[in-house]
Design a protein around this ligand. Sequence first.
Ligand SMILES: Cc1cc2nc3c(=O)[nH]c(=O)nc-3n(C[C@H](O)[C@H](O)[C@H](O)COP(=O)(O)O)c2cc1C
Length: 324
Amino acid sequence: MKTRITEMFGIQHPIIQGGMHYVGFAEMAAAVSNAGGLGIITGLTQGTPEKLADEIARCKDMTDKPFGVNLTFLPTVNAPDYPGLVRVIIEGGVKVVETAGNNPAQVLPFFKDAGVKVIHKCTSVRHSLKAQSIGCDAVSVDGFECGGHPGEDDIPNMILLPRAADELEIPFVASGGMADARSLVASLAMGAEGMNMGTRFIATKEAPVHENVKKAIVAASELDTRLVMRPLRNTERVMTNDAVEELLRIEKEKGADLKFEDIIEQVAGVYPRIMMEGDMDAGAWSCGMVAGLINDIPTCQELIDGIMTEAEEIIRGRLAGFLN
Ligand SMILES: Cc1cc2nc3c(=O)[nH]c(=O)nc-3n(C[C@H](O)[C@H](O)[C@H](O)COP(=O)(O)O)c2cc1C
């Protein structure tokens, strides 16, 4: 399949694996890229520029296909060494960067000069238009369904994607709630040029996370996510568990007085314990409603091949059939 996204990133299929904290290691990115999609290493998970440089080198040993790096800009007390991370991305020869969080205007000139394409993840039409105006090459439009940070507008993709299509000139991929061929074909119908998946890629053989995480996603239904940190205007969609229920209890109790420190135990530094050690009640971890559509743990190749074969069947068979 050929779209503006496959052309821009030099990939075979219009499928991207979004950056994911403690999931986006070289094994994950290389598996997706080798299967013809665009795999993405999560920059901040690596910690330092040196470690990110090592991860990029490891990924290059595992694939000769294009892959990207995610740079998430968060309001933190101890800001990561963003200039250093940008430098090793460029020196490492990475050709695609997925930015997320705050406006990436400060880093764009460096990537532009180096010929690195930038796809910015946005949860609204206005942020997408801003990304376009500052020179991003593409956007990933992340609906209310998504795992991770859906923003504060709560607009689901059935509305958000056609709205984005009406306003944007640069190409965009649909993100949030994407799992299979139906997701891809529907996204294309609504104006997207491909799709970005997070949660679906965690439940694959190559995802470098504990088996408990994959099993939890397969066992979960679409009813099993919760929105946390809304009072802090830092809403995150997570899989429910004991820690999340406790977090929600604290949020209710504190009301408008809630501070980050009140819930630090449930959210800070919990990812290694969940993703590496499989301690599924350690804290809040991002997960999309799409868990309700995930019932197996295939290889990335099986997943992507299956999506592309079935997408063709839907387009040529089911959809074309309506016209005959
Ligand atoms: C466990 C997990 C961790 C994530 N970490 C990040 C991150 O560090 N940076 C980022 O930009 N997005 C992050 N995301 C969001 C994904 O890149 C993607 O936008 C989202 O998962 C799409 O929604 P879906 O899960 O319904 O496919 C994360 C998602 C998950 C599930």
